[in-house]
Design a binder for this molecule. Structure first.
Ligand SMILES: [Zn+2]
Length: 99
């Protein structure tokens, strides 16, 4: 699975390096070229991953998503059949909490 970065944050880092380089230097030209390339690259359409956990109520079969609160009566929803909450889509990688 690919990892993504925010274009604007990376551009700010490049601009910081650009400000610290000597005028007319090879480094200045390299950072300027990288900044130009960054602006020209196509953007990917990505959605941030929301992480959640499965909350088990008093060791019963009642479970709910810690992110959206939707209840499930099957533990399998949280652990074995699905890795994502069928309601909000949160990735259920936070384990199981028994409350
Ligand atoms: Zn949820």
């Amino acid at each position: 699975m690919g990892k993504y970065i925010e274009r604007e944050k990376f551009a700010e880092k490049l601009k910081e390096h650009l400000r610290c380089t000597s005028k007319g230097s090879v480094l200045e030209a390299a950072f300027a070229a990288m900044l130009q390339d960054l602006e020209e690259l196509p953007a990917a359409d990505v959605v941030p991953v929301v992480h959640s956990s499965c909350v088990q109520v008093n060791s019963t079969q009642e479970h709910y998503c810690n992110e959206c609160g939707v209840e499930f009566n099957l533990y399998a929803y949280c652990k074995e059949l699905y890795n994502y909450c069928p309601s909000c889509g949160a990735k259920m990688d936070g384990g199981v909490e028994d409350v």
